[in-house]
Design a protein around this ligand. Structure first.
Ligand code: PS7
Ligand code: MN
Ligand code: MN
Ligand code: MN
Ligand code: MN
Ligand code: MN
Length: 345
């Protein structure tokens, strides 16, 4: 009867929120606090992309099979009962793909305008990921393109959802270059920080155009014997990420709804804190460094308005300035970027 149907409905969405908490280190809290007009759509958008990324990351799936899955993932989100049980033993989010039918059934209940945006981004991300199962990140253009596929497109999709919901201006969903930069700043921070873990896993998202100036192989890049040069490479990666700050500030200045603002701003605050921690810090090459729990909690609490986010960025830019040394090949470039960002702020 109707009561059972209703319970079943909320049961599937409840299971989706369980998966959100199981799979996201940082997004679960901000998504749950989103305005109800967007909360379920963005939770499902997250789970769909998390599923896609679980396939991309799985090195046990043969290349041709992986490309097929990535390319068709935008259609499986409409297939009742779809499930994938063949993830490798290392995939921490494999259970999400096993129980993916709960995501499918809730996705299909979303307003069709939301479904269309999510499916379009899933199609384009899957096709970009498939391309990079063959291609390597060599040039700076490759680096920007790969980051566009896996994170810039998330910025596009989120911005279109914000506009479609009526919570933000139409223009937010139209000026997508700024949205792309929001994703790139997060993804480049992640790639810069995860270098040790990624190289040990047999992959590297640092463009060879950068690291080859400082090491003759990816393994040498993180080797203790090459530490000074490795740090110079790290500083160049941090500098590259910092170049997106003006766009990040401009994007955030266009967001007005309070829960959407926090959702957008908190990850960016975490990212600038992470870059400040990584800059000129050899530990990044040995280990997975992370900002302290207390610092993260302060950033979450403080990222409520454009002014306070500007304060946060200003403070971490000053920290980067303090850590900058004239002997670093990036010294002048960092000084210029930091000066310009501080003036804009
Ligand atoms: C739909 C909220 C707010 C305009 C799963 C949020 C992995 C950095 O690679 O687990 O596993 O080490 O740390 C998020 C722009 C994307 C970009 C991208 C979807 C912000 C699949 C986040 C997140 C745009 C591809 C972190 C990009 O994952 O990384 C929703 C505005 C997923 C955002 C991946 C990475 C996210 C990421 P990994 P993480
Ligand atoms: Mn991935
Ligand atoms: Mn991943
Ligand atoms: Mn190339
Ligand atoms: Mn990573
Ligand atoms: Mn990771």
């Amino acid at each position: 009867d109707e009561k059972t149907v209703k319970l079943q409905v909320s049961g599937d969405m409840k299971r989706c929120y369980d998966f959100l908490e199981m799979t996201s280190r940082s997004f679960a809290a901000v998504i749950q606090e989103l305005n109800p007009k967007l909360r379920d759509a963005i939770c499902l958008f997250y789970l769909i992309l998390r599923g896609l990324d679980t396939i991309e990351d799985d090195m046990t799936i043969p290349g041709a099979k992986k490309r097929d899955l990535l390319e068709k993932f935008h259609t499986v989100i409409y297939e009742d009962g779809w499930s994938f049980k063949e993830s490798g033993p290392d995939e921490k989010d494999a259970l999400l793909l096993v129980e993916f039918s709960v995501v499918v059934s809730e996705f299909k209940r979303l307003p069709v305008e939301f479904q269309d945006i999510i499916a379009d981004i899933t199609r384009r991300m899957g096709s970009g990921m498939a391309k990079y199962t063959r291609a390597r990140v060599e040039t700076l253009d490759d680096y920007n393109e790969y980051c566009h596929y896996v994170a810039g497109l998330v910025g596009h999709g989120l911005s279109r959802l914000f506009s479609e919901s009526g919570l933000e201006d139409k223009s937010v969903g139209e000026n997508l270059d700024l949205a792309n930069s929001m994703g790139l700043f997060l993804q480049k921070t992640n790639i810069t920080r995860d270098i040790n873990e990624d190289v040990l896993d047999g992959r590297c998202f640092w463009p060879s155009a950068i690291w080859s100036k400082y090491a003759d192989s990816e393994d040498t890049l993180i080797a203790k014997s090459n530490r000074e040069r490795g740090i110079e490479g790290l500083n160049e990666m941090c500098t590259n990420a910092l170049s997106h700050i003006p766009d990040v500030m401009e994007y955030l200045s266009s967001i007005h709804e309070p829960t959407v603002f926090k959702f957008c701003a908190i990850p960016q605050s975490m990212a600038i804190a992470t870059i400040a921690l990584c800059y000129n810090n050899g530990r990044v090459l040995d280990d997975n460094v992370k900002i302290r729990k207390g610092e993260a909690l302060k950033l979450i609490a403080a990222s409520t308005s454009l002014d306070s986010v500007k304060c946060i960025f200003y403070r971490y830019l000053e920290e980067i300035e303090r850590k900058n040394e004239p002997s670093n090949p990036m010294y002048e470039q960092v000084r210029k970027i930091v000066d310009k960002a501080k003036k804009d702020i």
